[in-house]
Design a protein. Structure first.
Length: 163
C-alpha cells in the first residue's frame, strides 16, 4: 500500500513546494518511491497553476533538490486518500482541521516542525514570500531539519503496512 503525504502552506509556491521537494528526496534516497507518494498544496487557490517562486526554486537547486512544481489548492475530498497532511504553520493547521470532514481526518493534520526536536516551542515555518532570499534559505534549513524526524515517522508507519 502507498503512504500519502501532502505538505500545505498558504499559496503553494514557497514553503510547501520546498518541503515536498526535500521530503521526496528523502524518500528517493531510501528507495521508497513506490511506497510513499509526496505532494503539496495551498490553503488558497490564487496561485493555482503557477510554478514555485523563483527564489524557492533557486535555493532548492543550489542544495541539490528538484524545484519543478505547479501550485494547486488543497481540497477537503483529498483527506480520504491522504495518510498525513503536513501544515507549515499554525494558521494552516487550523484551516486544514476546519476543512477536515471527520475528526479522524483532522487528526491527520500535523505541523512540520513538530518532527524537529530542536524546534522548541516555535513550530511555525515563517513565510519567506515577502522577504529576501535569506528567508528561503532559513525555510529550507527548517524543512530539512524536520524532514529527518518526519521521514522516521513515515518509515515507522510503513513497517506496519503490507508492501
Amino acid at each position: 500500500m502507498t503512504y500519502r503525504v501532502c505538505f500545505v502552506c498558504t499559496g503553494n509556491i514557497c514553503r510547501s513546494p520546498m518541503a515536498e521537494s526535500v521530503f521526496r528526496a528523502r524518500v528517493a534516497e531510501a528507495g521508497l518511491e513506490d511506497r510513499v507518494e509526496v505532494g503539496s498544496a495551498g490553503t488558497g487557490g490564487w496561485h493555482e497553476g503557477d510554478p514555485a517562486d523563483p527564489r524557492a526554486v533557486s535555493v532548492l537547486a543550489e542544495h541539490g533538490y528538484d524545484g519543478e512544481h505547479v501550485a494547486r489548492q488543497f481540497q477537503p475530498s483529498w483527506f480520504a486518500r491522504l495518510d498525513l497532511v503536513i501544515a507549515l504553520d499554525s494558521g494552516h493547521l487550523k484551516a486544514l482541521r476546519r476543512l477536515a470532514p471527520t475528526e479522524e481526518d483532522a487528526l491527520k493534520v500535523r505541523l512540520l516542525r513538530s518532527y524537529d526536536p530542536a524546534a522548541g516551542g516555535d513550530l511555525d515555518v515563517p513565510d519567506p514570500y515577502y522577504g529576501h532570499r535569506d528567508g528561503f534559505e532559513e525555510c529550507l534549513a527548517m524543512v530539512e531539519a524536520a524532514s529527518t524526524g518526519l521521514f522516521a515517522a513515515v518509515r515507522g508507519r510503513l513497517e506496519g503496512r503490507a508492501a
